[in-house]
Write a protein that binds this ligand. Structure first.
Ligand SMILES: *Cc1c(COP(=O)(O)O)cnc(C)c1O
Length: 439
């Protein structure tokens, strides 16, 4: 066992060394080599050393270097060295983070991380926190809590009677709603055709001036950090339009919520605390290894009721059992990496990480503009949308960048233009490994 683990640790070190030199997206040759892993289900097992070695050589070569410094695709984040280490240790422990009795360690450490998160993000202090796979599931959980709370307020016992025949809940989403929110709504029984779309401005923010007051209990989905522009919906203004209506505000802040750690970004992130539930990702901007999403709910009882699973053999404690706030029962103790990220960075370290990414996004925008490219968005966070000086050349330009291997950026469509989408979210990306000249 010791030999296998030592060897694997060496392979991991080699991998981390190599990504600083390698192409960010794997060469076609490496992708083609993946077929070497294909074979009929082996009848007999093979030596672990050999299997791991092949995994490293063949599988590792075809990975995307998202943990390196030059990956700007989607909003992916890297993994902080300390969280890679904690993820190893957590896998070694192989804890089942469902109940306190399943793992006192997992439960206790998650609780600490949960408290720190609520404080760092400056959300209502008694909010419940659930550790899920990603922001999609976090949105699902927040919206499930909302559905239950709203139906309860309408006198409908959802747990008892289910959704069929229940009163209608008006659901508001932005024209720029993230696909994970519509997916979560669909999973919860809200058809896309029934959603009211709120108009947005040129940065993709909900335009509150074009909304009328909402008088009846509604589910209002907002966004902190537009997936293209990084812009924030004006939550205070929308809160003003919904207050006294008994509505529930849910915020998708998959990456934008981390702005709450930075006083420099307080203009953007103001009012977020007025919502009732929030979703974010630790695997994006907090730079913990995949996967870790987070749901927060101001009134813990609604999230707990929406996620309830009682059985005689499940020994729920008075303390916080991790599965009280998640759809899963058995799962990995993913909260531990978040604890380690917060403990090793501190509040100031998280704030520095976020600010550094935002400064580098601005630098990207400036340099590209100076070189004659057009930046389509106000760079208020870590997102930059750029078109080629000849817009019709943008798709070919993006493809060339993706194939070149120096870095990797995604593509999008924004306000009639094809655009390259640059997201800066890795702890590894610094001034010195960003390019400055015409390269
Ligand atoms: C990434 C993202 C999501 C979905 O998060 P997953 O972790 O991929 O499930 C939701 N909303 C926004 C704004 C995102 O950027």
């Amino acid at each position: 066992m010791r030999k296998l683990l030592r060897h694997t640790a060496e392979l991991a070190e080699d991998y981390l060394q190599s990504i600083t030199q390698r192409d960010v997206f794997p060469k076609q040759e490496a992708i083609d080599h993946l077929v070497k892993l294909e074979e009929p289900l082996p009848l007999d097992g093979e030596q672990p050393e050999t299997v791991i070695q092949n995994l490293h050589t063949i599988g590792g070569a075809a990975t995307v270097a998202t943990t390196g410094s030059r990956y700007f695709g989607f909003v992916t984040g890297g993994s902080l060295p300390a969280t890679l280490a904690s993820s190893w240790l957590t896998s070694t422990w192989d804890q089942n983070a469902h109940l306190v009795t399943g793992s006192p360690t997992a439960a206790a450490i998650e609780q600490i991380a949960a408290n720190w998160l609520v404080e760092g993000l400056d959300l209502p202090r008694d909010s419940a926190v659930g550790f899920v796979t990603g922001a999609t599931m976090a949105n699902f959980c927040g919206l499930a809590a909302a559905r239950l709370a709203l139906l309860t307020s309408m006198g409908w016992n959802l747990e008892e009677r289910g959704l069929f025949g229940a009163p209608n809940i008006p659901v508001y989403v932005s024209e720029e709603v993230h696909v994970s929110v519509t997916k979560a709504l669909a999973l919860l029984g809200f058809g896309v055709g029934s959603l009211c779309r709120m108009p947005v401005d040129d940065q993709g923010r909900v335009d509150a001036s074009r909304l009328s007051k909402i008088d009846s209990p509604s589910l209002v989905c907002l966004q902190s950090g537009n997936v293209n522009t990084g812009a924030f919906d004006p939550i205070s203004d929308i809160h003003e339009l919904t207050k006294d209506s008994g509505s529930w505000l849910h915020v998708d802040g998959a990456f934008g919520l981390w702005a709450r750690f930075c006083s420099e970004l307080s203009t953007q992130s103001a009012g977020i605390e007025m919502a009732d539930s929030w979703a974010t990702d630790a695997h994006k901007w907090l730079n913990v290894p995949y996967d870790c999403g987070l749901v927060f709910c101001k009134e813990p009882k609604f999230l707990a009721s929406a996620m309830r699973a009682d059985a005689a053999y499940l020994d729920f404690q008075n303390q916080r059992d991790p599965s009280t706030y998640t759809p899963e029962l058995s799962r990995r103790a993913r909260g531990i990496d978040t604890y380690v990220a917060l403990k090793t960075l501190g509040k100031s370290g998280v704030s520095d990480l976020i600010n550094r990414c935002c400064a580098l996004a601005k630098r990207f925008a400036r340099s590209l503009e100076n070189a004659g490219f057009t930046v389509l968005n106000d760079v208020v966070l870590n997102q930059v949308l750029v078109t080629h000086p000849k817009p019709e050349k943008t798709p070919a330009w993006i493809l060339a960048i993706q194939q070149d291997g120096t870095c990797w950026c995604g593509q999008t469509h924004w306000q009639g233009y094809d655009a390259i989408r640059i997201s800066v979210s890795s702890w590894r990306t610094t001034e010195s490994n960003c390019y400055t000249n015409s390269n």
